[in-house]
Design a protein around this ligand. Structure first.
Ligand code: ADP
Length: 388
């Protein structure tokens, strides 16, 4: 296989791409990599991770162990991530040994800590709710009450984030660890912009997505794109996302999570330097999916068009039922797939647990009402339970 001289990166099986994390995001990345005939190799702590049977080489290993990450990535052309909780030290060693690591280890390092993210926003004048950094629960009142308390490290999917109403609640359930205390935003809508930037500095962002949360599961329940916001606010959200990646000199694909408050102001909540739940609909709804775009960015290929190919797209997470345990049993899917524009994506997880993300369904349509009505119907029809 000959390489394209103008670009050190090439299509074809001589390109070895390592991915840290073998969950559903890695799995959907592999689907795109197949089209580029790239050899994808994956490391994940779980032997039956969603990618484990779908990759050219699967390594079971601790993503936070520098030596394990280095051993996995040595000799590969490019290493990327599908989860940001990985050993930055291991990635730095790989970079020093000549492996192209995208996103850059320094960027992953900054994003792993919600405290350094907030400091970055402050330094670059990127609007984000006022905050204070504290070391332990005895300081949980330092930003007043009510307050949003966030673990600086290790949180995901809303775990590690809680509201504290008063000092009594803080002493009863406050996290006793280094935290960010944030002023609560009076949220009207939760938005996200997925933006890619390659080494050449080319950027491309997808239309703004609106996420609707299920407070019980503390997970995105469904999302719609484009968000039901004015063109002016959409343009502002895109500009904010662009400012973030430019200020960082970021390379790769980034999800910028934003809040629109009830006075119409936008602020950045947090960053995810990878493909994101809020971009799954792009597989069916846009000219280039977020997974292909991620590959293009990490391989320094020209970025693809993010134009929608359907006026509206929506995505419903399929999560385990509240008592679900054991081997997953999916109900209602065959009926759902009768409807044009409905596409299921199951993640291949061998065990279901309450509220665990097991898959998603994408819906495309011609109007916001049409896709929302369909999502609401699917929400009633589709269940994931377990059998032992
Ligand atoms: P995670 O990294 O676990 O996804 P987030 O920082 O996104 O955590 O917070 C999870 C959810 O908590 C958000 O989607 C939002 O609903 C709520 N939240 C987070 N920060 C604030 C805030 N400052 N004000 C109000 N709600 C917030």
């Amino acid at each position: 296989m000959q390489r394209d001289d103008e670009n050190p990166i090439s299509f074809g099986p001589t390109m070895r791409l390592g991915v840290l994390g073998g969950g559903q995001l890695g799995r959907m990345m592999i689907q795109s990599a197949i089209d580029f005939d790239i050899r994808v190799e994956v490391m994940d702590p779980s032997i039956d991770a969603p990618c484990s049977h779908l990759t050219h080489r699967f390594v079971q290993g601790d993503l936070n162990d520098a030596e394990a990450v280095f051993a996995f990535g040595q000799g590969l052309d490019v290493v990327t991530i599908e989860i940001e909780h990985v050993s930055v030290e291991g990635l730095r060693l790989l970079e020093a040994s000549g492996v192209r690591v995208i996103p850059k280890p320094d960027h992953i390092d900054m994003i792993q800590d919600k405290g350094t993210q907030k400091a970055f926003f402050e330094k670059h004048g990127i609007p984000s709710s006022p905050f204070k950094l504290v070391e332990n629960v005895s300081e949980a009142g330092q930003h007043g009450f009510p307050v949003v308390q966030k673990l600086r490290r290790g949180g995901y999917d809303g775990k590690g984030v809680q509201f504290l109403q008063d000092a009594m609640e803080a002493s009863a359930k406050g996290f006793d660890a280094p935290c960010v205390l944030e002023h609560p935003v009076d949220i009207d809508k939760e938005l996200s912009v997925i933006i890619a930037r390659n080494t050449a500095g080319q950027t491309a962002s997808f239309p703004v997505v609106e996420a609707v949360f299920d407070p019980q599961a503390n997970l995105v329940d469904y999302l719609v794109a484009p968000a039901a916001i004015s063109d002016e606010i959409a343009a502002k959200a895109q500009t904010l996302a662009l400012r973030v990646v430019e200020a960082m000199d970021f390379e790769g694909l980034m999800a910028v999570e934003l809040f629109l408050d009830r006075s119409g102001e936008l602020s950045v909540n947090e960053l995810a330097p990878r493909t994101h739940n809020s971009g799954h609909h792009t597989i069916e709804a846009n000219q280039t999916s977020q997974f292909e775009q991620h590959l293009r960015a990490v391989l320094n290929l020209p970025l693809g068009s993010t134009q929608p190919i359907h006026p509206f797209g929506a995505m419903l997470n399929l999560v385990g039922g509240r008592d679900a345990q054991g081997t997953p049993v999916y109900s209602g899917l065959s009926e759902a797939t009768r409807t044009p524009g409905v596409h299921p994506h199951l993640y291949g997880k061998s065990r279901v647990k309450p509220f665990r993300k097991m898959g998603h369904v994408t819906v495309t349509g011609n109007s916001l009402e049409e896709v929302q009505d369909l999502v609401m119907r699917l929400r009633e029809q589709l269940t994931v339970n377990g059998k032992s």
